[in-house]
Ligand binder design. Sequence first.
Ligand code: HEC
Length: 134
Amino acid sequence: MKPLLVSSALLLVALFSAAQDQPSSQQPSSPSSSGPQSNPVRPTPESQARAKKIYSYDCAMCHGEKGDGKGDVASDMKLTLRDYTKPDALKDFSDRQLYDIIENGKGQMPGEGPRAKPDEIWNLVIYLRSMSKK
Ligand code: HEC
C-alpha cells in the first residue's frame, strides 16, 4: 500500500507544479515596432489620388509639387533635398525605410505620425517612387 501512496503523492505534486508553470509559458509578445518590410499596399487610382492630396498639403512645401526638392519652405530653410524626378534618387532606400522616415520624420523633416494611416503612408511611398516616371 505504501509505495502506491508515495507515487500518487508524487504524481499530484507533478501535476500541481505543471499547472503552475502554465502562466509563465506564454509566448512573449512581439515587438510593436515591427511591421511589413515591403509595401503591402496595392495602389489604386483612388489611393494614389489621396496620396497626391496628402503630399500637396504636407510635403510639397519642402519637397516641391513635382518632387524636385524645390518647395518654398525648403528654400527658406536652406534645405538641400533630393530630386525625386530623377530615377535613382530613392534607389538606396527600401520601402520600409521610406515608410519609417515619412512616419517618424528625420533631421529637419517632421513626421506624419498619427496624421496618416499606415495605408496612406504606404501609398505615399508608391507616389514618391512614381514621381520619376512622369
Ligand atoms: C520641413 C520640410 C519637410 C517636409 C514638410 C517634409 N519633408 Fe521629407 N525631408 C525633408 C528633409 C530635410 C529630408 C532629409 C532628412 C535627412 O536626411 O536628414 C527629408 C527626407 C525625406 C525622405 C527620405 C529620402 C530623402 O529624400 O532623403 C522621404 C521619403 C521624405 N522626406 C518624404 C516626405 C513626405 C512624404 C512628406 C510629407 C508627408 C515630407 N517628406 C515632408 C524635409 C521635409
